[in-house]
Design a protein around this ligand. Structure first.
Ligand SMILES: Cc1ncc(C[n+]2csc(CCOP(=O)(O)OP(=O)(O)O)c2C)c(N)n1
Length: 562
């Protein structure tokens, strides 16, 4: 193709290209691309993780991608393809660059009721940016390049390639090919498009004129690696910062200008500050339902400006006084350079007001955060994690109550820490935490999940033990999915029948014991005083650890304020 073609098999080409793109791990359930997996062993150092389910494989690839910014690879044969597609749903919602490869159909036998075969391609359509078939081995190089190009560029997201043959046996065929890679697309972001200067200065002017502005930072800030520039702008102009759940690591919770996570799974102080602001500056956020508490925080009609790499995001939910289309890091850096620091003085009273609101929040929840009650309060777990997660830690959080507890009650304490959360799928966090640890073995990974969340992919404890994936998983074990309690109270007219508990409770199980049986370390914590020590011990263990924390079944996270 480019003059350096040589005869090689699809398997050799794919293995060489994955190596060329810097892929270190592939998460799969056999058997797909068998020949590729075989040649990977001699041609690359790529680790081939055989896991217990396709959805978990996709979640691990997603955790790997979010922790590293590099595409995460997951693979399944034709019968597992839809299980894999289900696992791309969270990556799609979170804009995570996951590349899924599956086996597909053979033209010679299509429509003849081949064993295990349906047309899987349409099912990938709603969860991918690019969904394509590779029918001829000569197409391996350009299709793999396109997969990496699409996954990482613009707003990142998942990609699916279906290879001919139920196990993708097209990889065993040969053609004249060149396994050319484009390293630029081996991580997010491949490009940093600068916004046009006039739009940046216009937005800055609106921001500087505001007396009570607030920044709402989203996942686009983490995708762009723009946290330092964001905090520098907030400091230069003295503007309080709220974040979405997906953007929680844009600013440490301990920073004097941080007011917390805004929206539905949120911290009261953030919602109060955002709703008192005279201007909201959205950066790298979709302004979706979760971040805005279904467009009540801030109310539609509040003056707003927005910075995003995706022009279609600008003004979707809030009419804008200024819109800036560009990469967050370069845009914010330009704003910092042009900022009139003298304008900060007029926001002294506003910053003091925001800080008072934060202090009121801390005073209101101090008793729960430091509670000595047993069964243990989830707030106390969050508080101990704030105290014990190391400066370079990666925190991975499940959805539902886990998202509410950690989004609202946990604080990052260092700009070097990362925070990743499920975009809505219960059970995501445990395998995602394992994927994150594969991507960053040198960083401590601490996952927070409820017991309902852990049950989904509990089999992967064995994978963690087999592969030495030394992530620490903290389980808020109330033997139930008690986030559902409030909703069932409501439909039972205020008080549930005793039998209604069958709708949301489980048996009492000791996950520490299960972890030990599966080859991991299990620590059971029943007293709050033992929590801090358990986290410290787990982080030193150099083994996969499950910390099973016995918690209060009646503890319900505070609801969002408007
Ligand atoms: C795939 C999926 N199915 C269902 C839900 C709805 N859901 C949200 S939270 C929850 C229960 C959570 O239980 P657990 O993880 O034990 O936390 P707890 O509420 O007990 O603190 C459920 C079923 C979901 N978010 N995702």
């Amino acid at each position: 193709m480019l003059g350096h073609n040589r005869k090689m098999s699809g398997a050799e080409c794919l293995a060489d290209m994955l190596k060329g793109y810097g892929v270190t791990h592939v998460f799969h359930v056999p058997a797909v691309l068998r020949k590729t997996f075989a040649v990977m062993e001699s041609r690359t150092d790529i680790k081939r993780l055989h896991v217990h389910g396709e959805k978990a494989a996709a979640y691990m690839a997603d955790g790997y991608a979010r922790a590293s910014g590099k595409p995460g690879l997951c693979m399944a044969q034709v019968i597992g393809a839809l299980n894999l597609a289900a696992g791309l749903r969270d990556a799609w919602l979170a804009h995570s660059p996951v590349i899924a490869m599956t086996g597909g159909r053979e033209p010679k036998t299509k429509f003849r009721k081949v064993y295990q075969e349906i047309d899987d391609v349409p099912a990938f359509e709603p969860v991918t940016k690019f969904n394509a078939t590779v029918d001829d081995v000569a197409r391996f190089p350009d299709m793999v390049r396109q997969a990496f190009r699409v996954a990482t560029s613009g707003t990142p997201g998942p990609v699916h390639l279906q290879f001919r043959g139920n196990e993708g046996q097209v990889d065993a065929e040969e053609a004249e090919m060149e396994p050319l890679c484009e390293p630029q697309f081996s991580r997010v972001p491949p490009f940093r498009p600068a916004a046009d200067e006039a739009s940046v200065l216009a937005a800055l002017k609106v921001l500087q004129n505001a007396e009570r502005p607030v920044i709402v930072a989203g996942g686009g800030v983490r995708a762009s690696g723009a946290a330092a520039e964001l905090v520098a702008l907030a400091e230069a102009l003295q503007i309080p910062v709220a974040t979405s759940l997906n953007g929680k690591d844009a600013i440490p919770g301990t920073h004097p200008l941080s007011v917390g996570v805004v929206g539905t799974y949120s911290r009261e102080s953030a919602n109060r500050v955002v709703n008192r602001a005279d201007l909201v500056c959205f950066v790298g956020t979709e302004t979706g339902g979760m971040t805005t508490h279904f467009w009540a925080v801030p109310k539609i009609g509040t003056a707003a400006i927005q910075i995003d790499i995706d022009p279609e995001a600008l003004g979707r939910n809030y009419p804008l006084e200024a819109a800036v289309n560009g990469d967050a890091k370069v845009t914010l850096a330009r704003m910092v350079a042009a900022a009139d620091r003298g304008s900060a003085g007029k926001r002294k009273a506003w910053v003091a007001e925001a800080q008072k609101i934060c202090q009121e929040w801390a005073a209101k929840h101090k008793a729960a955060l430091t509670s000595d009650a047993a069964p243990i309060r989830p707030e106390r777990i969050c508080h101990e994690l704030t105290r014990h997660v190391p400066d370079n830690g990666i925190v991975v959080v499940d959805t539902g109550h886990a998202g509410m507890w950690m989004g609202g009650m946990y604080d990052l304490t260092s700009p070097a820490q990362s925070y990743m959360r499920s975009a809505g799928h219960l059970g995501w966090a445990f395998p995602a935490g394992l994927g994150a640890k594969c991507a960053s073995p040198e960083r401590p990974v601490v996952t927070f999940t409820g017991d309902a969340g852990l049950w989904y992919h509990i089999a992967e404890i064995e994978t963690a033990a087999r592969w030495g994936i030394n992530a620490v998983t903290v389980v808020n074990n109330n033997s139930s999915g008690n986030q559902s309690k409030r909703g069932f109270d409501r439909v039972y007219g205020g008080t549930q029948t005793e039998q209604a508990r069958e709708l949301w409770t489980f048996s009492k199980v000791n996950f520490a014991k299960i972890a030990e049986d599966m080859g991991a370390v299990g620590i059971r914590v029943e007293k709050p005083s033992e929590l801090g020590g358990a986290i410290t011990t787990a982080l030193k263990a150099n083994r996969p650890v499950i910390i099973d924390v016995v918690t209060e079944i009646d503890a319900l996270a505070p609801l969002a304020v408007t």
